[in-house]
Design a protein around this ligand. Structure first.
Ligand SMILES: Nc1ncnc2c1ncn2[C@@H]1O[C@H](COP(=O)(O)OP(=O)(O)OP(=O)(O)O)[C@@H](O)[C@H]1O
Ligand SMILES: [Mn+2]
Length: 574
């Protein structure tokens, strides 16, 4: 997916490349003209015949000769030279601009400014700015993550962190609970922030056909569990609450023999397609390092490694939040010799080697981290990874890829539009398919989901074409989630904070975990039976409970703003 992002960046450079080529061609043309002129001039130039000792003198006084040459040039040639010089200079300025963001080609962005969402001059219109200020102000004092930060070593600290029973919630968000209660009684229907169930297509589901029904297909007698699962994928969710096939698929991917392995084309980091008997397939992401290794401090979201355990944890989280928009994922340990090397072929085989520590390694071929220095190594030849159940093939159910409106810039110095424009949501919510139906609410869910997991890598999202626009957004690719347990990346919540919109049902689930059995405990329990459990480093689980409160706080802020816009405008100004 990041491929597209990187392709966008590459395109910028390609455009620049063509500009440079154009300049070079123009200056090449001017040079050719210049050369032809010199030849002609040497032959029959009447206006200023060269003196006999011209050659000798030109070596001694090049400046004088140049000046004379310039005088001798026709107006057309001089013009051509000037134009090519200008084009070269302009190209150089463009290069500097792209590299340094001096602002010639677009917005002027401070070179080393702090990341700021929305313009400050737009006071009173952006819940985001205000919330962020408040949040930062408070976190200076007693943010629980700070204590962790001090007590936890920066990179690795083993998996010895004990599960902690979180203290009962300080804030039960009774104001938000009241809104939900009112809506269940048919009141508070016109709430600007919380969308009641009877206005939510994900709840109403006037139609909810499955892929099997749309394609008029029934699973055959000896169909695999995955095939049955795929035919049951519906317009509004991947699988029903309590669907037994999910457990069956997880078991199959964990225990079935691996028949064949090949590297998946596309994508930035190495992934393998695993073939099991009966046509079942899975997408494999390898383990690169221990659970408690955090995103390197100097790595951007787009150069972070993918984490196999993030894929597993995100599937469980998506399920317990009631979204059911992520394919089932399970962990498994492979024997690299018999379950990868022996059952693959092609170029990937040439990338296998034995490391100095006598571990079996390979790096495959891809655009990021596929070299000896970033190889994937077994221990000594056992390799852990995540196995995601394969989506239906495009023959059965084609997918549409959408550019995420709140996509990041994927550039180390540039900002995206949503980071510069505080009323960005007004633009999005008036643009199809975000102007009606469920889509914008789905992006709000995704923003909450990604904020909880710390996933900043949401550049595109996908839907099933056959269901049109009124269908759920798939939660695909969580490889870059769970990278920083001690940091809460508020900008991931920008969609929610800029639109101030949330489903009643989503808010209800968040409140349930805030006021009842904590999210961390439910997730830990859900992941307990995975073959490579424990899946998450404890501080990541603690982060979920902490971030949940931040989301609820953000929703509260939105409600307050919507209920009392005038008062809030005054507060902003004071
Ligand atoms: N479970 C799956 N089954 C089939 N195809 C999948 C599955 N998950 C993802 N894909 C497809 O594979 C592509 C790459 O997957 P994914 O985004 O997880 O890998 P990635 O290496 O993180 O990609 P990128 O680096 O481009 O973000 C996706 O665009 C998606 O279309
Ligand atoms: Mn990715």
């Amino acid at each position: 997916m990041a491929d597209n992002a990187i392709r966008d960046i590459n395109n910028n450079y390609k455009n620049l490349g063509s500009a440079v080529c154009f300049c070079l061609r123009v200056s090449g043309w001017a040079r050719a003209r210049w050369h032809r002129w010199r030849v002609r001039c040497a032959r029959d130039c009447k206006r200023s015949p060269p003196p006999e000792d011209a050659q000798a003198r030109s070596a001694i006084t090049p400046r004088g000769s140049n000046a004379r040459t310039m005088l001798n040039m026709k107006l057309k040639e001089r013009l051509a030279l000037a134009v090519s010089a200008f084009l070269i200079l302009f190209t150089l300025m463009l290069i500097v601009d792209l590299q340094m963001d001096y602002g010639i080609s677009g917005h002027r962005v401070p070179l080393h400014g702090r990341v700021k969402i929305g313009d400050d001059s737009d006071k009173g219109h952006s819940a985001y700015i205000e919330f962020r200020k408040r949040f930062l102000h408070r976190s200076n004092g007693s943010n629980s993550s700070r204590e962790f930060e001090q007590s936890a070593p920066s990179e690795t600290s083993g998996l010895d962190a004990e599960p902690k029973t979180p203290s009962p919630p300080v804030d039960r968000f009774e104001d938000l609970q009241r809104i939900l209660l009112q809506q269940l009684k048919g009141k508070s229907d016109d709430n600007m922030v919380v969308i009641p169930p009877h206005k939510d297509l994900n709840v109403l589901r006037p139609e909810n056909p499955t892929i099997g029904e749309m394609e008029d297909l029934e699973p055959s007698i000896n169909a695999s569990n995955l095939e049955k699962f795929q035919l049951k994928i519906a317009q509004h969710e991947l699988y029903e609450d309590g669907e037994k096939l999910v457990e069956d698929i997880l078991k199959d991917m964990e225990t079935s023999p691996i028949l064949h392995v090949e590297q998946k084309e596309g994508g930035t980091q190495l992934k393998l397609i695993i073939d099991y008997p009966n046509g079942v397939q899975a997408l494999f992401k390898p383990m690169r390092f221990a659970r408690d290794v955090q995103t390197l401090p100097n790595h951007f979201y787009f150069s972070d490694y993918e984490r196999h355990n993030a894929e597993i944890a995100a599937f469980h989280l998506d399920r317990i939040l009631g979204f059911r928009r992520a394919m089932p994922v399970v962990g498994r340990v492979l024997n690299m010799t018999t379950e990868i090397y022996d059952v693959t072929e092609g170029d990937i085989l040439k990338t296998f080697f034995v490391s100095p520590a006598n571990n079996f390694c390979f790096h495959g071929k891809c655009s990021y981290y596929c070299d000896t220095g970033h190889a994937i190594c077994g221990n000594p030849d056992m390799l852990e990874g995540s196995f995601a159940a394969f989506l239906p093939s495009s023959d059965l159910a084609e997918r549409k890829v959408w550019r995420h409106p709140w996509r990041r810039s994927y550039h180390k110095r540039r900002k995206a539009q949503w980071e510069l424009q505080s009323d960005y949501c007004d633009t999005v919510r008036t643009t199809p398919p975000y102007d009606s139906g469920r889509r914008l609410l789905d992006l709000m869910d995704m923003s909450i989901f990604d904020f909880l997991t710390g996933n900043m890598d949401r550049h595109h999202y996908e839907t099933f074409k056959m269901f049109g626009n009124e269908t759920f957004t798939l939660h695909l690719d969580q490889g870059r989630a769970f990278g920083k347990a001690l940091h809460d990346e508020l900008s991931i919540l920008a969609p929610l904070l800029q639109c101030c919109l949330v489903r009643h049902t989503t808010l209800a689930v968040l409140l349930k975990y805030n006021n009842g059995v904590p999210l961390s405990s439910v997730l830990r329990e859900s992941m307990r039976l995975d073959p490579v459990s424990p899946i998450l480093w404890e501080p990541h689980l603690a982060a979920l409970d902490r971030r949940l409160v931040i989301v609820l706080d953000a929703i509260r802020k939105c409600v307050e703003k919507a209920e009392n816009p005038l008062q809030n405008e005054l507060n902003d100004i004071v």
